[in-house]
Design a protein. Structure first.
Length: 91
C-alpha cells in the first residue's frame, strides 16, 4: 500500500502553520505550477496541491488528518491494535 502524501509537505508548511500561512503557500504554489502557465506537466502537481488545500483549509478535515498522523506509526501507517484479551503471553 502506498503512503498518503503529506499535505503539509506538499504545501511546504509546518504542521503548526496558521491558516493564513497555509492559504498563502497554496496560492503561491498554485500560481507557479498552474497548467495554463506550464502546460500538462502542471496537472499532477495541481491535483496534489488541491488535495492538500482541501485537507488543510477546513478545520475539521485538518484536525482529522492531524489525529490520523499522530496515530500513525513511524512508517506512516496506523499500527494494528492488539486484542484486549491478549495477556503477557501474547507479547
Amino acid at each position: 500500500m502506498s503512503e498518503r502524501p503529506d499535505p503539509y509537505a506538499i504545501l511546504g508548511v509546518s504542521p503548526d502553520a496558521t491558516p493564513s500561512t497555509i492559504r498563502k503557500a497554496y496560492h503561491e504554489r498554485a500560481r507557479a505550477s498552474h497548467p495554463d502557465l506550464i502546460g500538462d506537466s502542471g496537472l499532477a502537481m495541481m491535483r496534489s496541491l488541491n488535495l492538500a488545500w482541501d485537507t488543510l483549509r477546513d478545520p475539521v478535515r485538518r484536525a482529522a488528518y492531524d489525529t490520523s498522523r499522530r496515530l500513525a506509526g513511524p512508517g506512516g501507517r496506523t499500527q494494528p491494535r492488539r486484542p484486549a484479551w491478549t495477556g503477557a503471553a501474547g507479547r
